[in-house]
Design a binder for this molecule. Structure first.
Ligand code: BTN
Length: 266
């Protein structure tokens, strides 16, 4: 079994190959962003399925143009954050809900008490443990998807974060970044391939079981407020507002719970 600096590369490759033969697994000590790197490669014609892990990102990116900070670690055991991207050609009939299905896969691989904050933040008791950034591009007839995942492993400061941080060490102290990746990678690929065939509807009920916002009063970054009422079969957030029911599909808005949860905000 090959092993790059303690990463169980061979084991992960084998597990991935069960769902998609020929998957490459690559670990870099440093890169600007695993998502950016895979998109650069795709633009240069490299669209083969690959799992790219970075021990350190110098310009990690989050949703809505935000930055993703990982902290600094000196050795694998001390890596503060698991950062990786899966890149692969993908052609679902409908892309809506992919990020929710990905988030669901991550929480199911890690811990029964983890929750999802729409659309795809992973929460541990209302603190953010992990984030997901999905990007797609078309090259001629082919559509390429990059699914990026960042999981806090070690304690980190919450300074400047909209949601205080959580880290895996407090949830599963025995799991370092490499073991977390081993748990997450293959089920994640399986989820993506299942999504490609069947869409989000198949995941809707399981998302509901992990939905952190359901029943809470929430505020959207575009100024709307309402009570979150779960997600529909396309992954859109259902909101009960003073102007009636609304569905939120835009990936361009962020949502935060209002505390204390109350209908008075409507
Ligand atoms: C978010 O919460 O806004 C999404 C964060 C996604 C971070 C991951 S880390 C691996 C991949 N590379 C990036 O630059 N971003 C994603």
């Amino acid at each position: 079994m090959s092993n790059v600096m303690g990463w169980p590369v061979g084991q992960i490759r084998e597990a991935l190959a069960a769902h998609l033969p020929g998957f490459r697994v690559e670990v870099l000590t440093q890169v600007d962003s695993t998502n950016s790197e895979l998109m650069r490669r795709a633009r240069n014609g490299q669209m083969e399925p690959v799992l790219l892990v970075a021990e350190q990102q110098t310009a990690g990116r989050g949703r809505l143009g935000r930055q993703w900070f990982s902290g600094e670690g000196e050795s694998l055991g001390a890596i503060p954050s698991l950062t990786f991207s899966l890149g692969l050609p993908l052609s679902p009939r409908d892309w809506s809900g992919l990020s929710l299905a990905v988030g669901l896969s991550v929480v199911q691989s890690l811990h029964p008490e983890l929750r999802l904050k729409w659309p795809n933040d992973v929460w541990w008791h209302a603190r953010k443990l992990a984030g997901i950034l999905i990007e797609t591009a078309s090259f001629g007839e082919n559509r390429y998807a990059v699914v990026g995942v960042g999981v806090n492993i070690k304690p980190r400061a919450s300074t400047g974060l909209a949601t205080p941080a959580a880290w895996l060490e407090e949830v599963l102290p025995a799991l370092d970044a490499s073991q977390a990746l081993l748990r997450i990678a293959a089920p994640l690929l399986q989820t993506i391939k299942t999504f490609e065939q069947h869409g989000f509807a198949l995941f809707q009920a399981r998302f509901a079981e992990r939905d952190a916002l359901r029943g809470l009063s929430v505020a959207l970054s575009d100024g709307r407020v309402g009570v979150a009422q779960g997600v529909d079969g396309t992954g859109a957030l259902r909101l009960h507002t003073a102007h009636g029911p609304q569905t939120i599909t835009s990936a361009e808005v962020s949502v935060r719970p209002l505390s204390p949860p109350s209908l008075a905000a409507l």
